[in-house]
Design a protein around this ligand. Structure first.
Ligand SMILES: [Cu+2]
Length: 176
């Protein structure tokens, strides 16, 4: 009887240790429904925390912030492609605010996620993409989509692909 108790105690300690600082988002390809998703799609963490995305089965995915999808003063991210089961990628968040990201190959399947670091951002606190941000994003998207097909992409993606139409800069274009 004592031995059984001792064994159970060890298991509980081990489980708690594994959970500490283990902030995980599963990258899911659901073969039954055809759904591709990040689970959980939204998480709230603290500054300094590291999030690890884990590909749960074979399937080509990545995690990229929209150029206007992270707080000004922070850096966005663009992970390499994950493919094999168990492949993972981590990012450490040091600036509070909202980080909206998506999987570039599955833009059309609305494979999106959000990380909130301590609190959500006000819209005017988000990064105002410059030409270099937009060019880098364009490079990511054109790996999977022809520029002539950009018109079919979700609005937020299109907005981020076009220089000079961002937030404050929109006024200049509105005069056309
Ligand atoms: Cu994907």
């Amino acid at each position: 009887m004592l031995r059984v108790w001792g064994f159970a105690g060890v298991c509980i300690v081990a489980a708690n240790m594994a959970l500490a600082d283990d902030i995980r988002v599963d990258v899911i390809t659901d073969d039954d429904t055809g759904e591709m998703k990040f689970v959980p799609a939204e998480i709230t963490i603290q500054r300094g925390d590291t999030v690890t995305w884990i590909n749960r089965q074979f399937g080509v995915h990545n995690m990229s912030t929209y150029p206007d999808g992270f707080p000004a003063g922070a850096t966005g991210f663009a992970s390499p492609l994950l493919q094999e089961e168990g492949e993972r990628w981590s990012h450490t968040f040091t600036v509070a605010g909202t980080y909206d990201y998506h999987c570039i190959p599955h833009i059309l399947m609305q494979m999106t996620g959000r990380v909130i670091v301590e609190r959500t951002s006000q819209p005017d606190e988000q990064n105002l993409p410059n030409a270099a941000d937009i060019e880098a994003y364009r490079d990511q998207v054109t790996v999977f989509f022809d520029p002539e097909d950009f018109i079919d992409l979700p609005q937020r993606v299109q907005r981020n692909l076009m220089e000079g139409t961002q937030n404050g800069a929109a006024g200049a274009n509105a005069e056309e």
